[in-house]
Design a protein. Structure first.
Length: 601
């Protein structure tokens, strides 16, 4: 019985073994069967230099993620004509999602570039906008991919002869993929060659200074200045050429998460059709009107201007000679006409003198009598109308001169903001509140959530138009009355009557978390104080739990106590310094929780 082969190739042995003929005795048959099985196994064995067609040999491990990223980057560089490089600094996932959302919205509103005649403009624009991607890259791997594309030519790799037997010759094989040993050797040789590294005209030499730090790529599969301009207006706005979208047209662009992401994103350069451009060059490409058609029109105009200039230069000599001759001819004609006119004038004068001499010699007609012309009076002028005895200005009724301004209307929507003269000794307005012991900037808010104009000029400041606290019509008096009517609430008022900065510091100094909890119970007006009270209560409650856990160790207890004191001092200083702008200093984890609790209130 033949031995059983536990390999997938054993199935191919069945047809070959079935075709063998058994002509000997059983013992001989058994020997022949064993010999044929061993020969079949040796024939099915793969040669030592066998290479799977799906996994050619490479200088790097093909199954690793870095190798796959290298192949992806080399394919992207070869197939994408327009690439922009951005440097990003600690953008979160939400910020990346917001940026991609605004970019997609801006690209969707762009018309199509010069598309194929068979495709419609809308479909071409949609296809191009859908393939524009903003992705984060690995800088070191992208640097290696640039070197592979720049210094390695796959066509230069030729297959080497492999030894084989006479009966079974082996063909020549060549491996020129991006992970091959030939590509690795080409990169290594280029980096060792000083002339190749010093070549300033190569793309790698121009892009290598930009490959520093975390980078992101904006890839556009076609050179479309319109889509590039739309992307620049969103990701790197620079008015007046590329202004950011207006708040009315795109309100989502001005969300805090989008603005925070834009502050962390910086355009450093780009690559267009194999050429490297800086930020000004990228904006120049984005400023081309009508895309490729516009460039063609500019080229045609340039060629036409060059031909027109050459034609003008060649015609200049003949034209100047013709103009000179024409001017000389016109001068000669004028001289001839003048001489002829002079001769005619002299002849006419001679005829006139002869006629006068004849009249004096023969006075046949007496002199005629002409009546005198009527004398017009100097005061004889035409009136404004024939039925009026005087011009209308003589009898027009004029308005009386204004001595006092009209009474101010109680309807503040129609009240005048013009400055009015008020007596210096006028009593102060009854609507102005008393002066604080420590003046602070007032930012008032009306009861319905709309910011009151009194925030621009505090209720302690005199009226803008009417003088110091006059009751007549200054801007300060008007806004004071308006704020009193609408029930303004100042952001700097507190329930305890203390200064806002002192009360915010008490959230950390008054034995937290107990003092912070008491402050939450007593303070009802200031959101700034309540935020620091919530933050202090949450933070030091957690620290108190840590004290209980590590109470068995005196070392950890003292270490936590020192940390508590340092936190109290730091947070107190921040609460005191941020009171001018009312900015909330949020510590990690606890600060956002305190803000959410305060917003839910």
């Amino acid at each position: 019985m033949p031995p059983r082969l536990r390999c997938p190739a054993s199935r191919s042995l069945v047809p070959s073994l079935s075709r063998t003929k058994t002509l000997a005795r059983p013992a001989a048959l058994q020997y022949a069967t064993a010999a044929s099985a061993s020969s079949a196994i040796s024939a099915l064995r793969l040669p030592d230099d066998y290479v799977p067609p799906t996994q050619p040999p490479s200088a790097r491990r093909p199954e690793s993620r870095n190798s796959q990223l290298l192949r992806t980057y080399t394919s992207l560089i070869r197939s994408t004509p327009l690439v922009l490089l951005f440097q990003h600094n600690n953008l979160t996932a939400n910020e990346w999602a917001a940026l991609r959302r605004e970019l997609k919205f801006a690209l969707a509103a762009v018309g199509s570039p010069s598309a194929d005649p068979g495709a419609t403009a809308a479909s071409a624009a949609d296809d191009l906008a859908a393939n524009i991607k903003l992705q984060v890259i690995r800088t070191r791997i992208f640097d290696v991919a640039l070197r592979v594309v720049e210094y390695f030519d796959p066509a230069s790799v030729r297959g080497a002869a492999t030894p084989g037997s006479k009966s079974r010759p082996k063909p020549k094989k060549s491996y020129n993929h991006d992970l091959s040993k030939a590509a690795h050797a080409a990169i290594k040789a280029a980096m060792a060659d000083p002339s190749a590294r010093a070549d300033a005209s190569s793309t790698y030499s121009q892009l290598s200074p930009l490959l520093v730090g975390p980078l992101a790529l904006l890839t556009i599969p076609a050179v479309s200045p319109a889509h590039l301009a739309a992307a620049l207006r969103v990701l790197a706005p620079s008015p007046p050429a590329f202004p950011a979208p207006t708040r009315r047209k795109n309100p989502g662009y001005y969300e805090p998460v989008v603005q925070s992401a834009l502050q962390k994103l910086l355009l450093v350069g780009g690559r267009v059709e194999g050429k490297v451009f800086d930020t000004d060059g990228v904006r120049w490409v984005g400023g081309i009107e009508d895309g490729i058609d516009g460039l063609r029109a500019q080229l045609v105009a340039l060629l036409q201007n060059a031909g027109l200039g050459l034609t003008t230069a060649l015609e200049g000599a003949g034209k100047s000679l013709w103009l000179t001759m024409e001017s000389r001819r016109s001068v000669l004609e004028e001289v001839e006409k003048g001489e002829a006119a002079g001769e005619k004038g002299e002849a006419a004068e001679e005829k006139g003198e002869a006629a006068e001499e004849k009249k004096e010699a023969c006075p046949l007609h007496p002199p005629r009598f002409f009546p005198p012309e009527p004398i017009h009076s100097p005061n004889h002028k035409m009136d404004f109308a024939p039925y009026q005895s005087s011009p209308p200005e003589h009898g027009r009724t004029l308005s009386p001169e204004a001595t006092t301004s009209p009474r101010a209307s109680w309807d503040y929507a129609r009240r005048s903001f013009s400055p009015q003269a008020t007596p210096a000794a006028a009593a102060p307005s009854s609507s102005s509140p008393p002066l604080l012991q420590h003046p602070q900037p007032q930012r008032a808010w009306s009861g319905d959530g709309i910011r009151s104009p009194a925030g621009a000029a505090g209720y302690q400041s005199p009226g803008v138009g009417g003088g110091g606290g006059g009751g007549g019509g200054g801007m300060g008096d008007y806004f004071g009355a308006l704020g009193a009517r609408e029930g303004m609430v100042s952001e700097f008022d507190t329930s305890l009557g203390l200064r806002l900065d002192y009360e915010a510091c008490l959230a950390y100094l008054a034995l937290p978390p107990l003092g912070a909890i008491v402050l939450l119970i007593l303070e009802k007006k200031s959101d700034y104080v309540r935020f620091h009270a919530w933050q202090s209560a949450l933070l030091f409650t957690a620290i108190f739990v840590l004290h209980l856990i590590f109470s068995w160790s005196s070392f950890f207890s003292w270490l936590l106590l020192i940390g508590d004191l340092a936190l109290i001092v730091y947070l107190t200083v921040r609460a005191y310094r941020d009171v001018d702008t009312l900015d909330r200093f949020e510590i990690p984890i606890v600060g956002p929780i305190a803000s959410r609790i305060l917003d839910d209130e």
